[in-house]
Design a protein around this ligand. Structure first.
Ligand SMILES: [Zn+2]
Length: 295
């Protein structure tokens, strides 16, 4: 029998409280196209971070937020503009306050319709899940950073970190009994980072990871994979920095072509994490450091 990939349905029954008032609908099984989703409940308001792939997931996530937050107002943000994090959130946008950084909204307007067409064409199993997807203007925008006080000591800091994985990447730090950082796909667990288009780059990605570490989170919720501590960020930085260092060293030695350097360093990166998924992206991260990409 042909292998049937699992449908990207978020597991609302697996919702877990990772810190006081901070819950995650986890991507516990590394299911393709399923992200980690956050629901933060304060006495005054609720924040939803990402809604999954397609309208059905968005409705299921909002239902959880309503169940946990009673009648409190709900804010919704997306870690970044990629489809499995928020395509379909338009079906709940009328019931919540949508908040993005301005770069994310502009990137979504520019790329959303193109990505939607691409998914409908290239992934025959997925289009029904995307029925009804539209891209709607957020109610609130910001540039730089913004704080949202949910009450009860739960203050959420939204910060722009674009230029690594996507232009509109944001880090979302929840300060409460513990500090919990939602990184979007700037950090994943068990998966190499995706450089999906010409706005994704390795060198700025390393810089953004350093800045995420400076927030000193106690818990890190990656875009995909298991929740962990700050080592989640360090693990990511380590492979990207190894790639950068070895590309620079081999180039300085002057014995290999850029293509040979990419071959050699990609193999080294894969050796570091032979069990990580998305191996094709390990090479992309290295190729992004070679001269044609840098130019
Ligand atoms: Zn992404």
């Amino acid at each position: 029998m042909a292998h049937q990939p699992r449908a990207p349905i978020v597991a609302t029954n697996a919702i877990t409280e990772v810190a006081d008032g901070v819950r995650v609908i986890p991507d516990a099984d590394h299911t393709p196209m399923v992200p980690n989703i956050g629901i933060v409940v304060g006495p005054r308001a609720v924040l939803v971070i990402d809604t999954g792939f397609g309208p059905d997931n968005a409705r299921a996530v909002l239902e959880q937020a309503r169940r946990l937050g009673d009648r409190r107002p709900v804010f919704l943000t997306h870690t970044h503009c990629h489809p499995e994090h928020g395509f379909g959130a338009n079906v709940v946008a009328g019931e919540v306050t949508v908040l993005y950084n301005d770069a994310q909204w502009s990137e979504l307007q520019q790329k959303g319709p193109v990505i939607l067409r691409m998914f409908r064409k290239q992934m025959p199993a997925l289009p029904p899940l995307l029925d009804g997807v539209e891209f709607v203007r957020p109610h609130l925008g910001y540039t730089g950073s913004l704080n949202l006080d949910l009450g009860g000591g739960h203050v959420v800091e939204f910060r722009e970190f674009g230029g690594g994985h996507s232009l509109g990447d944001q880090g979302i730090l929840v300060r409460g009994s513990a500090s919990v950082l939602f990184t979007g796909d700037l950090v994943e667990e068990g998966t190499f980072g995706v450089l999906g288009d010409s706005d994704s780059h390795t060198v700025p990605w390393i810089d953004r990871l350093k800045r995420l570490e400076q927030l000193e989170p106690e818990l890190v919720v990656p875009g995909h994979g298991h929740v962990g501590g700050p080592e989640r960020i360090a693990d990511y930085r380590a492979y990207l920095e190894l790639a950068r260092r070895h590309v620079d060293e081999l180039r300085a030695a002057g014995e290999l072509s850029e293509a040979e350097i990419a071959d050699r360093v990609s193999a080294e990166v894969l050796d570091l994490h032979p069990d990580w998924k998305n191996q094709i992206w390990a090479r992309k991260a290295v190729e992004d450091l070679t001269w044609p990409a840098r130019a």
